[in-house]
Design a protein around this ligand. Sequence first.
Ligand code: CA
Length: 246
Amino acid sequence: MSHLEPAERKGPQPRVLVVEDEDDIRTLVRYNLEQEGFRVDEARDGAGAYESIRRRLPDALVLDLMLPGMPGLELCQKLRAEAATHLLPIVMLTAKGSEVDRILGLEMGADDYIVKPFSPRELVARIRAVLRRANAQGAPAAGPVYERGRLRMDMGTYEVFVDGKQRQLCLREFELLRFFVEHPMRVYSREQLLDLVWGRDVFVEPRTVDVHVRRLRRQIERDDSKPELILTVRSVGYRFNPQALG
Ligand code: CA
């Protein structure tokens, strides 16, 4: 064993999403991360990265600044604006290394940056450092918890319990439920929910909200054919009624 520290880590090895359009660099980063025991996902552009994150939330992101389509900075800002990813550790790659890039990257929410050409070993060290910081911040017990009646939500670990039983919510369902518990009783239209929970994502239509509400009801309502928690307000939208939690 060449490294002592990571071997002590409990649970599965952290998963890193590498976002870079240059195949050589992406492959190099992947190889070095895998050598160190990380699990690696890859994306070639910002949109692909965003999709990958929605499918499976990584523990950290290596994000190249220069990407086709959605630039790295824009993706970074987008991730920072969403509840599920606003703490996701991000290490930016930049080809320029100018002061402007560095400051911009950090202002846009990157946790660290590394200048090309970089030593893979240094990149791995940076990733470990941001993961350590993130773990210290978001240690499971330290996450804020919403608890009322039969519902318990841990915002740090994304766990949801109903009547003491854990429910498997996808990221978006979790975010939607979090939005509801944080904004009880008020009525929101589908368009508002899209804006506030999904962000400005051009690929989704208002009907998506209904699909997620249906799935969420199946997970949290006593009887999803007679919802008491997420109420439909006809021809307007939805509202969350925490009183029904007991
Ligand atoms: Ca690039």
